[in-house]
Design a protein around this ligand. Sequence first.
Ligand code: GRF
Length: 212
Amino acid sequence: MKKIAVLISGQGSNLQAIMDACEKGFIPAKIVCVVSNKMDAFGLERAKSVVIPTNVFLRRDFMNNQEMDRAIGDYLESFNVDLIVLAGYMKILTPEFTQRFQGKILNIHPSLLPKYAGLNTYQRALETGDTEHGTTIHFVNEEVDGGAIVLQAKVPIFPNDNVEDIELRTREQEYRIYPMVIKWFIEDRLSLKAGIAYLDGKPLPEQGYACE
Ligand code: GRF
């Protein structure tokens, strides 16, 4: 059975959706470890409750980011992981790390990339007056929120929405599409070659597979 590692920093609600999908057999793989860069990330409790090994790496325990990421990489390699899933991991990974695991790291970002890379995406969409928002799953390279896009899901923004409304609507989509994309990867339908994402042998367009 293929092995997945999940990196988190917070609530871990995406982690929960992925754990549930593995448990049900929708994703034919096992989550072998959950890594956090925050001691109090609630996602750690979610993992512990179903006896998934967890490990916390704190930046203050390392000389620099490279050393921290090297230690995380060594830990993941000790499990021989097939896929590294970033699920709300709020620390930028070093190029050494992203190159070491090239084509094996997926991330979910709450915007329709390339729009709104970085933080506060809901706020920014609201302030711009956008009528739609969404979420993006992409392969991770050394550019922040910049790797090949696999799948996006769009949600409407209604006139009286606040940040929480948009976030709730977007998260619902995240819990639906992240397990699906992970399943594609685990079943060898999805891969990255020379910076381009392929699904079933066909290159995906720049915006990924469109999913309304
Ligand atoms: C998600 O909305 C994801 O898009 C972003 O961080 C959030 C993580 O939430 N990268 P959770 O920890 O999975 O609840």
